[in-house]
Design a protein around this ligand. Structure first.
Ligand SMILES: *[C@@H]1O[C@H](CO)[C@@H](O)[C@H](O)[C@H]1NC(C)=O
Ligand SMILES: *[C@@H]1O[C@H](CO)[C@@H](O)[C@H](O)[C@H]1NC(C)=O
Ligand SMILES: *[C@@H]1O[C@H](CO)[C@@H](O)[C@H](O)[C@H]1NC(C)=O
Ligand SMILES: *[C@@H]1O[C@H](CO)[C@@H](O)[C@H](O)[C@H]1NC(C)=O
Ligand SMILES: *[C@@H]1O[C@H](CO)[C@@H](O)[C@H](O)[C@H]1NC(C)=O
Ligand SMILES: *[C@@H]1O[C@H](CO)[C@@H](O)[C@H](O)[C@H]1NC(C)=O
Ligand SMILES: *[C@@H]1O[C@H](CO)[C@@H](O)[C@H](O)[C@H]1NC(C)=O
Ligand SMILES: *[C@@H]1O[C@H](CO)[C@@H](O)[C@H](O)[C@H]1NC(C)=O
Ligand SMILES: *[C@@H]1O[C@H](CO)[C@@H](O)[C@H](O)[C@H]1NC(C)=O
Ligand SMILES: [Cu+2]
Length: 569
């Protein structure tokens, strides 16, 4: 006997473990083999790390509330973990994935069985490697359909299409990563943006492979758009077509019709496209939104083709969409600031109103004095080594996972003193800031949260080194983005303007350059949950922290025990 109604299973988690023990075979089961696979892009062939030889990787298709088993077999030469981005994993951080936060990596030759537990999510998410920079090529979509007998809160689209945006380096991305660690300077920017793995017609040797989306006039298509890129926020648009956003991070939104969207790494956006123009070929395109002054970025444009069916002669070169200029912050906030959760009877917004914990954290790019290796100079500004921080703590990975250390009450591999406020108040968004403020403190500090406490966190950008937009991502929870603004957060004035009615529910949110956002969530998921900037250079430099939500009193409010095959360090 095997229950396929996972909504029920979720409620009966104790029973679920029992079923597992007796080898419940009916859970949807995937096998992901990590291996090097030759791929040709930009006129040359190189071996990239893939899952099952696919780039982008294979999609997971599930229904809301299901549990999926994914066996990961590491046949590559790098340490590996997988993360199910935006999946809550109730009480089960063992299978969340970030290396040295919730698990030690799966070593080359090793394997690990992930249990991916869907609960509230509905829409589009994605999975990706969470070890070093391997997620550049190890990622794929997660499509979460409504439960049987329920439907979308919009007319059923004719077809659904994942649109996976990514970044491609001509060199091995792990070399780029190692050079970043060694040099202390900024990473090499990617050589191409990709749409479903292809850079498109504006790049050499790409015409053959360009992704084409065939459409029939009069039909509506659901685009499941994912930014799987490493270091670039992106603008995305389709020539002469508007798209209507209906979901973000697997949570429904009020329909928002726009000429373009902005999507940072980590984010997923569901949007309806009506094929309502004259039959032709039209480019869809993605290009960086990069607000940091003097910050190098990949300024190329990826394209794919929207191709109407029927008999006609397409224009010799398809029209390109007008994308906002690369540093157009006004265009970015005009989109992100207009997002609202659907907040309907079936999909209510449950914004925490009575707060227990109020936190403010700066998010900064920083520098350390050069720690010279073989007398080489550091490539950061003025010979420094670039870093990043939250509340002036530059996060350092421990050598065993924080979850393991916490669960086993082991050696103190982390401190519990992540500050609730910036240690120093200054004009965070001033144009010029004194250099003394630029050096953070290295540390592995976490913030403890009481079970079911309601948390507000204000993320305040600073202009240390270089102000720019930061896509901040929280594991294990989605959060309501209740407010945002430019300048310094004002705790007396700004909360008066918060949207507590229908703010969007997200797992990743872009904090604008020269500004802040306020998010709220209920800490109702016991576990160890990473929070970090989803630009991988900032993640690597330490713009990260960890929330530990304590167990509640009843067994149903506590961590499930670790799996037997949990990889050791
Ligand atoms: C990074 O870019 C520099 C300059 O173009 C080049 O010399 C170097 O080989 C690149 N590094 C990697 C790992 O691609
Ligand atoms: C974009 O790249 C081109 C080279 O392809 C360069 O000439 C131009 O200055 C770059 N623009 C920006 C804003 O970096
Ligand atoms: C955007 O970049 C251009 C140069 O490419 C610059 O002139 C302009 O001031 C920048 N705008 C903002 C808002 O930083
Ligand atoms: C580094 O420089 C110092 C002083 O110039 C020199 O004595 C030392 O041998 C150098 N070390 C290496 C590893 O090159
Ligand atoms: C430092 O230099 C030595 C001798 O040239 C070399 O063997 C070693 O790999 C270098 N270390 C690094 C981290 O580059
Ligand atoms: C580099 O040094 C110069 C001169 O001291 C200073 O004006 C500038 O702000 C420094 N830049 C950074 C990023 O520290
Ligand atoms: C902070 O810096 C900004 C930008 O330079 C400036 O407009 C603002 O007046 C400053 N605020 C305070 C309180 O000094
Ligand atoms: C961060 O901490 C370092 C070391 O204590 C200190 O020098 C620096 O001024 C602090 N910066 C900020 C912005 O708090
Ligand atoms: C791979 O993971 C193991 C276990 O944590 C660690 O000891 C080793 O240094 C890692 N290797 C690399 C290349 O990071
Ligand atoms: Cu960032």
């Amino acid at each position: 006997m095997c229950l396929r109604n996972m909504g029920l299973m979720f409620q009966l988690l104790g029973l679920l473990l029992f079923l597992d023990f007796f080898g419940c075979e009916a859970l949807p089961h995937y096998t992901f083999v990590i291996k090097k696979t030759p791929y040709t892009r930009l006129c040359s062939t190189k071996n990239i790390l893939t899952v099952n030889g696919q780039f982008p990787g294979p999609p997971l298709f599930v229904r809301k509330g299901e549990i999926v088993i994914v066996d990961v077999i590491n046949k590559g030469n790098d340490n590996m973990t997988l993360h199910w981005h935006g999946v809550r994993q109730p009480r089960s951080p063992w299978w969340d994935g970030p290396e040295y936060i919730t698990q030690c990596p799966i070593k080359p030759g090793g394997r690990f069985r992930y249990k991916v537990i869907f609960s509230k999510e509905e829409g589009t998410l994605w999975w990706h490697a969470h070890a070093a920079w391997n997620r550049a090529t190890v990622h794929g979509p997660i499509v979460i359909f409504p439960k049987l007998g329920t439907s979308y809160p919009f007319p059923k689209p004719y077809k659904e299409v994942p649109i996976v945006l990514g970044e491609w380096w001509k060199s091995d991305v792990m070399q780029v990563y190692r050079q970043l660690l060694r040099s202390g300077g900024p990473p090499n920017v990617s050589d191409a943006i990709t749409i479903n793995g292809q850079p498109g017609d504006l790049y050499p040797c790409s015409k053959q492979g360009t992704f084409r989306l065939p459409v029939q006039r009069g039909k509506t298509y659901l685009l499941r758009i994912i930014n799987a890129g490493m270091n670039e926020n992106l603008f995305f648009a389709i020539a002469q077509h508007k798209i209507t956003v209906v979901g973000i991070d697997a949570s429904y939104t009020k329909p928002l019709t726009r000429n373009y969207i902005v999507i940072p790494p980590g984010q997923t956006i569901d949007a309806l496209l009506e094929a309502n123009r004259s039959p032709n070929h039209y480019y869809m395109a993605a290009r960086a939104y990069s607000s940091g002054q003097g910050v190098a970025f990949d300024n190329t444009t990826a394209t794919a083709i929207l191709q109407y069916s029927g008999r006609y002669t397409p224009s010799s070169s398809p029209p390109l969409p007008n994308l906002p200029f690369f540093n157009n912050t006004a265009a970015s906030v005009s989109f992100t600031g207009a997002l609202r959760s659907l907040a309907s009877k079936k999909h209510p917004a449950k914004v925490p109103l009575r707060l227990h914990t109020q936190l403010i954290s700066t998010i900064s790019v920083n520098t350390f004095p050069c720690r010279s290796i073989n007398n080489s100079t550091c490539q950061g500004p003025n010979g420094t080594r670039l870093a990043a921080s939250m509340n002036n703590i530059s996060f350092v990975n421990p050598s065993i996972s924080i979850l393991q250390a916490y669960y086993q009450h082991m050696i103190k591999v982390f401190g519990e003193s992540f500050p609730s406020r910036p240690p120093l108040i200054f004009n965070f968004t001033a144009n010029f800031l004194p250099q003394q403020l630029q050096t953070p403190m290295p540390g592995t500090k976490v913030k403890l949260l009481d079970y079911k406490s309601s948390v507000e966190l204000v993320l305040q950008g600073t202009n240390l080194v270089a102000g720019e937009d930061h896509p901040m991502h929280l594991h294990g929870h989605s959060f309501y983005v209740v407010g945002w603004g430019f300048g310094n957060f004002n705790k007396n004035k700004d909360p008066l303007r918060f949207n507590l009615i229908d703010p969007p529910l997200q797992n990743t949110a872009l904090v604008p350059k020269n500004g802040w956002i306020a998010i709220r969530f209920q800490a109702d998921n016991p576990g160890v949950w990473f929070m970090h900037c989803h630009l991988d250079r900032h993640l690597t430099w330490g713009m990260d922290t960890v929330f530990i939500t304590k167990n509640g009193l009843s067994p149903g409010a506590q961590l499930v025990p670790p799996p037997a095959d949990f990889p050791p360090c």
